[in-house]
Design a protein around this ligand. Structure first.
Ligand SMILES: [Zn+2]
Length: 298
C-alpha cells in the first residue's frame, strides 16, 4: 500500500510544481529573490555591490571568495567538487534543496570532509582581522556564592554544538538585556558610525581597550581566561577571519539580525564554527572561551 504523503510533503510537491511552471529559474542565495535568466541574476549581483553579492559574482576571478560567499549565504558547506558550475549552482531547485542544510544537520564528519576539500576558503575570503583582547583575570560569575546550584565546569563538547546553534539560556539573556541600557551610550561612543578607518570593510572596531566595560557581560558567558573582541557591522559582511570559531553574543540589532541564515536577537549567544555572513546593524561581542557557561542548561 502506498504511504500517505504528509502535509509537509504534499505542500512541498505542490510548491515544486508551481515553481516548475513559474518563470523563476535562479535564486540569489543572499536575498532568495528569483530570476528568470542567469544574466539578470548576475546583473542583480552587480547592482547590489555589497561584499557578499560581489563574492557571488566572483566565481571566475576568485573561486575561493565565491565559494565562501556561496556557502555563507546558503548556510551549507557544499564542497567545491559537489557544487554545480555557475549558474547551475543558483538553480532554484538546487538552492531550495540545500539552503540552510548545515544548521539542521548535526553530522560533523560531513563538515570535516568539506573543510578539507576547500583548504583555501579562509585564506582568500574577505580577510580582515579585528583587534583581540585577552582577560587579565579569570572571568566567571560566581554562582555558588549566590546559593545556586554549581554549574558544570566541563567545556562545551564542541561536537555537540552545531554551527550557528543558539546557546539558549533565558536567564543569561535576560541579564544581558538588563545590562544593555547602561551600556548603550558606551557602545555608541566606542563604535562610532562615522570617522572610521575600517569603513571599507563594513565593520567598526574599537580603538580603545574594551576590557573593563564588558566584564559584566563576559562574567555571564564563561569561566576562565578568554580572548574576545567587539565589532559593529554597518554593511552585510563576513565574520572576521582571525577569530573564525567563536561564541557571538548579540548586544544590538538594527536591521535583519542575521548571522549566516540564523536570525538572532539581543542578548542571545550563538556558536559560529567558521567564517560566515553577518547582516548590517549588529553589535557583537565575539569570544573564544575556555569554558562556555551560557547555554549549558539546555
Ligand atoms: Zn541578492
Amino acid at each position: 500500500m502506498p504511504r500517505k504523503m504528509s502535509r509537509l510533503e504534499r505542500s512541498f510537491n505542490t510548491q515544486s510544481m508551481v515553481l516548475q511552471k513559474s518563470k523563476i529559474k535562479y535564486l540569489c542565495p543572499k536575498c532568495l529573490q528569483g530570476f528568470s535568466r542567469s544574466d539578470v541574476l548576475y546583473q542583480h549581483f552587480r547592482q547590489k555591490a555589497d561584499a557578499i553579492h560581489k563574492g557571488l559574482d566572483s566565481n571566475k576571478s576568485n573561486f575561493a571568495l565565491f565559494l565562501s560567499s556561496y556557502q555563507g549565504c546558503m548556510g551549507a558547506l557544499i564542497p567545491a567538487a559537489k557544487l554545480p558550475k555557475a549558474p547551475d549552482c543558483f538553480d532554484v531547485f538546487f538552492v531550495i534543496e540545500h539552503y540552510g542544510e548545515e544548521t539542521e544537520s548535526p553530522n560533523i564528519s560531513d563538515y570535516a570532509q568539506s573543510y578539507t576539500s576547500t583548504p583555501s576558503m579562509h585564506s582568500h575570503s574577505c580577510n580582515f582581522s579585528v583587534p583581540l583582547y585577552h582577560d587579565r583575570q579569570p572571568r566567571g560569575y560566581d554562582h555558588d556564592s549566590h546559593g545556586g546550584t554549581a554549574l558544570s565546569t566541563v567545556p562545551v563538547p564542541k561536537q555537540h554544538v552545531r554551527h550557528l546553534q543558539i546557546l539558549h539560556d533565558v536567564e543569561v539573556e535576560a541579564k544581558i538585556c538588563a545590562l544593555l541600557p547602561q551600556m548603550d551610550n558606551w557602545l555608541d561612543g566606542t563604535l562610532p558610525l562615522s570617522d572610521q578607518p575600517h569603513h571599507d570593510f563594513g565593520v567598526i572596531v574599537p580603538s580603545v581597550d574594551v576590557n573593563r566595560p564588558l566584564i559584566p557581560v563576559r562574567d555571564l558567558l564563561y569561566k576562565g581566561f578568554g580572548t574576545f573582541t567587539l565589532i559593529r557591522t554597518f554593511k552585510d559582511v563576513f565574520s572576521p577571519q582571525n577569530i573564525p570559531e567563536a561564541v557571538y553574543t548579540v548586544l544590538r540589532v538594527d536591521g535583519p539580525g542575521l548571522i549566516g541564515n540564523q536570525k538572532v536577537a539581543i542578548g542571545e549567544s550563538i556558536w559560529v564554527s567558521h567564517q560566515t555572513t553577518l547582516s548590517a546593524g549588529l553589535i557583537l561581542l565575539i569570544g573564544v572561551f575556555p569554558t562556555v557557561v551560557v547555554g549549558q542548561k539546555v
